[in-house]
Design a protein around this ligand. Structure first.
Ligand SMILES: [Zn+2]
Length: 113
């Protein structure tokens, strides 16, 4: 891929170093970060509004999809009624195997002294 030239700093950089806006290379990532920092500094109120809006949107998304999530969880539990039971059994087996091994090692150590 051809290198692109950043209109802000004039450097020639590969495309993956660029920030794209509407499918077009806009400026290099470094300049973009700088631009954002400057923008936030110049428009603290706007930044706050943007953050608030974003948070609100995220919360709304969360609320909108709550039912879907709950339904999914419910479905999973219904399809795996023994999930916790199985987990418990597996865990117990695992632990008793570990303890057996531990005791065996202790014994060996005691014998070797
Ligand atoms: Zn640049």
């Amino acid at each position: 891929m051809d290198n692109l030239i950043c209109k802000t700093c004039g450097r020639e950089l590969p495309a993956d170093q660029f920030h794209f806006s509407k499918g077009r290379p806009w400026r290099c990532k470094e300049c973009f970060n700088q631009y954002q920092r400057d923008y936030f500094k110049k428009h603290p109120q706007k930044t706050k509004e943007y953050n608030d809006k974003y948070r609100e949107r995220r919360l709304r998304y969360y609320a909108d999809h709550k039912e879907q999530r709950d339904a999914h969880n419910k479905e999973y539990k219904e399809n795996h009624p023994d999930y916790w039971k199985e987990w418990h059994i597996k865990n117990r087996e695992h632990r008793s195997a570990y303890q057996k091994e531990y005791r065996r090692k202790r014994k060996q150590q005691a014998n070797s002294i």
